[in-house]
Every structure is written in structure tokens, then in C-alpha cells.
Ligand binder design. Structure first.
Ligand code: FAD
Ligand code: NAD
Length: 572
């Protein structure tokens, strides 16, 4: 293992200052190299055919939208008068699925176009298989911890695993959830149209499979939900075997003795948990000066103390992996590191494998944005706060929305789905703006990390600008009966709030089941519940939720509780 760089020497580099910023997909999209690595997807999408002009033939799906079709309408730019569908969604990932289900509930005739497999990233290459691997790593970790087992009075002779069995668990779960998603849409009458969707003009889309004539369908409203693919910085050669992205890693084709993970965000951190539990040594390579730069700094420090330092993990921070060559001719994977500030060569690593976890790039290839005068911004489809697509002149494109990873507002499955539901609310007559500050996020390490709203530095900056004081309250898992019964007392919950009016600005949790615990806080933010009111809510004893109960109770809020209706006594 290589020596560890001292975090205490760190200074902060703003994200925008570094050349290979994963959040600058203009770089990503200007280089087709990023899309080389989506394997199955690339074939499924048949890129060579995407620029083909639309077939003049209009083929109609057999699922009953033939009656209304007006093939020639709108060709001269006039608005269409009649449509095949009320709503067409391009992309059947979780965002598209969430929108489709809500649309049907609202009585909309809905179709979803999918160019690959239903479920998109989350189900097939993301949340679902990764959580299956993490379920295994959690158990392995527990069984391998002699100290933990002894504290509970348990004896386990030896913990082992069957790599193929673990891989099958992840793959089977993805298949199961994929078929659940497909069946749920079919059962509700959503038309699933197979092929790559291309926007031809306002309210008009063609779709088709390679080698087959295209079909044209129209809809009153269209939602783009085309998601994202792994972003691979220039200079890194992915071979899918020894230099891999999460798409490959989730298949768990091998467990390397030593793996470098480039990027210490969500994917990097979750895979470090999996690989170290299965016996690998991990070296993080992170461009910023600290690991886990996206988290609240105090939670990040604690996470480093528990999730990094005691494990077989070392790290290089403040460096880019500027060149990575896969293992070949009996040579290992070679990684060239460059200092993020000076841009001078810093070090060379030789490892068994490298996982590239440097962010994701929006996927809009073949979508036909040029046909409606929309220019992507750093690769993302530009939208307003209602997910309405903005064209190159800054005008809203009528009846066109973009949700999920493709708009880059918040690259999370539930955010994509919530944005889809919000759009459906709007197109069915209820104005709705989603509060992204109420959307929780979680990293499913052992223990977990979760968060909602602002970090402490963000809250202090806002407080300074808007002239309010920021309060901080913290509670430890060490005082929680349930956590101690589980011998899992390592954990912290942190509340960031306004003492003057009791507004919750952010909550961050590190500890057992943090991903489940965060919802009390995120729901409170979404519903505008203040601390002076929520502190009177009753929690069952002994539960982990008492960590949050105590957190709210320990905040020093000046505002009184709002006068709430007194509950009627109920006869029992
Ligand atoms: C390893 C990993 C783990 C993750 N874990 C989590 C997690 O635990 N929790 C969480 O909230 N998020 C997680 N994410 C993020 C989450 O997967 C994404 O935020 C989410 O999938 C985005 O949903 P989406 O619907 O916008 O896009 P996607 O899920 O990417 O779906 C887009 C769909 O559109 C299709 N498509 C694209 N272009 C076209 C076209 N022109 N025509 C037809 N179809 C098209 C694609 O084939 C795809 O099926 C994870 C991601 C990764 C990579
Ligand atoms: N549990 C979850 O909700 C979950 C899990 C996995 C992924 N995701 C989503 O998937 C998306 C992608 O995850 P991710 O971890 O790839 O991205 P990320 O943005 O979370 O982290 C990427 C990290 O890579 C670093 N980086 C970028 N370029 C680099 C380079 N050349 N050399 C070294 N370091 C570099 C960045 O500074 C950053 O710390 C995220 O937006 C996340 O929301 C969510």
C-alpha cells in the first residue's frame, strides 16, 4: 500500500477550478469517449442509425392509439390538434416510471419509450444491484468482526463468500425489480414502446429499433427522462476488465487484491465498503483536497474515522488520475497521478484494478434536441424550476419537460421520480414546484450516511447573506438504547437550524440505518414543520428514531410552538 497523504495539509480547491470536473459534462459530451463505455446500451441504441432521417411511413403501435393518429398534422409548424397520447415519456428509468404511474392515476393516456431495458440505471446498473452487494458486505463485515460478535456473545468460526453467488444475488434482484417495474406499467395500461426516441418537433416523437422502420407518435406533453452514463475523464482507458466503471463493477466478475478507486463520492465510497468487506485493499484517488468532499465536513470527518481509517484503505487527495492503462502483457494497471494545483506529475501507482467513479454524464444522444432548438448546458438539458425545457433563446419549449439525471438538478433515483410526479401535476392543472432542499440522500455504507438540506458551511453562508443566525444541535448514537443493544453506538445526528423561527435547514446522520432515519427530517422540511412543533411528536421506545427525537428536543428555538388543535379524547 502507498503512503497516505495528510488531510491536515489540505486546502480547498473549488470544483470549477479543476480541469477534469465530473460536473462539466461539456467536456464529457464533446468527447465521444465517454459513451464508449456503456456497452450493452451503445449496441441497444444503435448509434449509427440515430441520425437516419425519419421514415415517411407511419407505423402505429398495436396497443390502441391508432384511432387518433394524424400523421401529417404539424409538419408546417402549426400546433397539432389531436394526439396519440396525452403524455409520452422518453426513457423508462425510475424517473420515467414514476411519471408514468402518476400520469395513469391522473387519467392520462400514457406511453413510455425505452431504447434499452426498462428500469434504466437505477434498476439495472445502479441503486438496485449496488444495494444487493452492500447487503452482502454488511453481513460479511459483521461476521468478520470478532470484537463485535464477542460483544453480542456470538461465535462464528469463519465467514466466507462465493463470488458468483454474491454476483447472482445482485443480478437476480435487478431482474426481479425490472420485471416488477415493467408489470406495474403494463397493468396500469401504460404503452411501453421499444426503440430509441427522437424528438422530431413540438409534441412529436419518432421511435424505432435498428433495422426496423421508425414509428411516429404525438402527445400533448412530452417528458425527457433519458438519464446518464458513467463519466470517464480523458486519458483513462476503460477495458471493462481491469479498468472499470460501476456498470462493470456491479457484475462482480472478480474481486481484485488491490483496487484503486478514482473519486470518493457516492459510488467510490459504497464500492470501497463492498470491496474491503470481500477482502480487497483499496486506494482512493480524489481530485479535491479531502475525501468525500460532498458531505457536511463534520460528518465527512467522522465517516473517514470509521469507514476509511480502520479499513484496508489508503488515499491520495488533491490529485487527478490523468492516465490509466489497463493490465496487459503481464503488466498491472498503471495509474499516473497529477497534482491538482500545480498540474505537475505526482506519482505512479501499479494496482490490480481501477474503478472509475468520477461522476456521471447526462445521456442525450439521438434525442433530437436540435430539432427543437435546445442546446445542452455542460451536457444537461436546461430546465426551469418546473422542469420545463428552455431553448437556445431562453424561451420555454411548450409542452416539453425534462426530469432526472438528464437535467442534472439532483442525480438521485427518487429525485427523478419526484420531478416526474411534479410535471404530471402541472400538466393536469395543478401548479407544483418541487423543493429540492427537502429531498434526502443516503450513502449505503456500513454504517450509513444520510442528509437532507444544507451542509453547515452552506447554511452559514446563507445566514450571512440573509441576516439570520444558524444553530447547531447534535446527538450521539452512543446514548440510544436500540443502537447499543445492536452494539452499534458509533454515530452522530446533526441538526442545522434557525433559532429565531425553528426552521430546519439541514440534517445529517451517520450511523446505523441513517438512510431510513432521515425521512422524519426530510418530511418535516417538505411540509414546513418547525422544530418547536415536531419536538412534541412521540417516538416509540426503544428505537433508533429517538436519536432524532432528542435532536429536535435539544435545539434552542426562540419561537413558541404553534397553536395546534388539541386532539379529542377517544373512548377505548
Ligand atoms: C452504481 C450506482 C448506484 C446508485 N445508487 C443510488 C441509490 O442508492 N439511490 C439513488 O437515489 N440513486 C442512486 N443512483 C443514481 C440513480 O441510479 C439515478 O439518479 C437514476 O437512475 C436516474 O434516473 P433517470 O430516470 O433520470 O435515468 P436512468 O435511470 O438512467 O434511465 C434513463 C432511461 O432512458 C433510456 N433512454 C435514454 N435515451 C433514450 C432515448 N433516446 N430513447 C429511449 N430511451 C432512452 C435509457 O436506456 C434508460 O433506461 C446510483 C447510480 C449508480 C451508477
Ligand atoms: N447512494 C446513492 O444515492 C448513490 C450511490 C451511487 C451513485 N449515486 C449518484 O450517482 C452519481 C455519480 O456518483 P459518483 O460517485 O461517480 O460521483 P460524485 O460526484 O458523487 O463523486 C465523484 C468524485 O470524483 C472526484 N473526481 C472527479 N474527477 C476526478 C479525477 N479525474 N481524479 C480524481 N477524482 C476525481 C470528484 O471530486 C468527486 O469527489 C452521483 O451524482 C450520485 O448522486 C448515488
Amino acid at each position: 500500500m502507498h503512503s497516505t497523504l495528510s488531510l491536515s495539509q489540505a486546502t480547498t480547491v473549488p470544483r470549477s477550478n479543476y480541469a477534469f470536473d465530473s460536473h462539466s459534462p461539456s467536456f464529457a459530451l464533446s468527447k465521444p469517449i465517454n459513451l464508449r463505455f456503456c456497452g450493452l446500451r451503445r449496441e441497444a441504441f444503435g448509434f449509427s442509425n440515430l441520425t437516419q432521417s425519419c421514415s415517411s411511413r407511419v407505423r402505429i403501435s398495436s396497443r390502441g392509439h391508432s384511432k387518433k393518429i394524424v400523421a401529417s398534422a404539424g409538419n408546417n409548424g402549426t400546433p397539432l390538434k389531436s394526439f396519440n397520447y396525452d403524455l409520452i415519456i422518453i426513457g423508462a428509468g425510475v424517473g420515467g416510471h414514476g411519471a408514468a404511474l402518476h400520469a395513469v392515476e391522473k387519467g392520462l393516456k400514457t406511453a413510455i419509450i425505452e431504447g434499452d431495458v426498462v428500469g434504466g440505471t437505477c434498476v439495472n446498473r445502479g441503486c438496485v444491484p449496488s444495494k444487493a452487494l452492500l447487503a452482502v458486505s454488511g453481513r460479511m463485515r459483521e461476521l468478520q468482526s470478532e470484537h463485535h460478535m464477542k460483544a453480542l456473545g456470538l461465535q462464528v468460526s469463519v465467514a466466507g463468500y462465493d463470488r458468483q453467488g454474491v454476483a447472482d444475488h445482485a443480478n437476480n434482484l435487478a431482474s426481479k425489480i425490472r420485471s416488477n417495474l415493467t408489470n406495474s406499467m403494463k397493468a396500469l395500461g401504460v404503452d411501453i414502446l421499444t426503440g430509441v426516441g427522437t424528438i422530431l418537433g413540438p409534441q412529436k416523437v419518432k421511435y424505432g429499433k435498428v433495422g426496423f422502420p421508425d414509428s411516429i407518435v404525438t402527445a400533448k406533453d412530452i417528458i425527457i427522462a433519458t438519464g446518464s452514463v458513467p463519466f470517464v475523464p480523458k486519458g483513462i482507458e476503460v477495458d471493462g476488465k481491469t479498468v472499470i466503471t460501476s456498470d462493470h463493477a456491479l457484475k462482480l466478475e472478480f474481486v481484485p487484491d488491490w483496487i484503486a478507486i478514482v473519486g470518493s463520492g457516492y459510488i467510490g465510497l459504497e464500492f470501497s465498503d463492498v470491496y474491503t468487506a470481500l477482502g480487497s485493499e483499496v486506494t482512493f484517488i480524489e481530485a479535491l483536497d479531502q475525501l468525500m468532499p460532498g458531505f457536511d465536513p463534520e460528518i465527512g470527518k467522522l465517516a473517514q474515522r470509521v469507514l476509511i481509517n480502520p479499513r484496508k484503505i489508503d488515499y491520495h487527495t488533491g490529485v487527478f488520475a490523468t492516465k490509466i492503462t489497463p493490465a496487459r502483457d503481464r503488466k498491472p494497471v498503471i495509474i499516473e497521478l497529477t497534482d491538482a494545483k500545480t498540474k505537475e506529475p505526482k506519482d505512479t501507482l501499479e494496482v490490480d484494478a481501477a474503478l472509475i467513479a468520477t461522476g456521471r454524464a447526462p445521456f442525450t444522444n439521438g434525442l433530437g434536441l436540435e430539432n427543437i432548438n435546445v442546446v445542452t448546458q455542460r451536457g444537461f438539458v436546461p430546465v426551469d424550476e418546473r422542469m420545463r425545457v428552455i431553448d437556445a433563446n431562453g424561451n420555454l419549449v411548450p409542452h416539453l419537460y425534462c426530469i432526472g439525471d438528464a437535467n442534472g438538478k439532483m442525480m438521485l433515483a427518487h429525485a427523478a421520480s419526484a420531478q416526474g410526479i411534479s410535471v404530471v401535476e402541472q400538466v393536469t392543472g395543478r401548479d407544483h414546484v418541487l423543493n429540492h432542499l427537502s429531498i434526502p440522500a443516503a450513502c449505503f455504507t456500513h454504517p450509513e450516511i444520510s442528509m437532507v438540506g444544507l451542509t453547515e458551511p452552506q447554511a452559514r453562508e446563507k445566514g450571512e447573506k440573509e441576516g439570520f443566525e444558524v444553530g447547531i444541535a447534535k446527538t450521539s448514537f452512543k446514548a440510544n438504547t436500540k443502537a447499543l443493544a445492536e452494539n452499534e453506538g458509533e454515530g452522530l445526528a446533526k441538526l442545522i437550524y434557525r433559532p429565531d423561527n425553528g426552521e430546519i435547514l439541514g440534517v445529517h446522520i451517520f450511523g446505523l440505518h441513517a438512510a431510513d432515519l432521515i425521512h422524519e427530517a426530510s418530511n418535516a422540511i417538505a411540509l414546513g414543520t418547525r422544530i418547536q412543533d415536531i419536538k412534541f411528536a412521540v417516538h416509540a421506545h426503544p428505537t433508533l428514531s429517538e436519536v432524532l427525537d432528542e435532536l429536535f428536543k435539544s435545539a434552542k428555538v426562540k419561537a413558541p410552538a404553534s397553536s395546534s388543535p388539541v386532539s379529542e379524547p377517544v373512548a377505548v
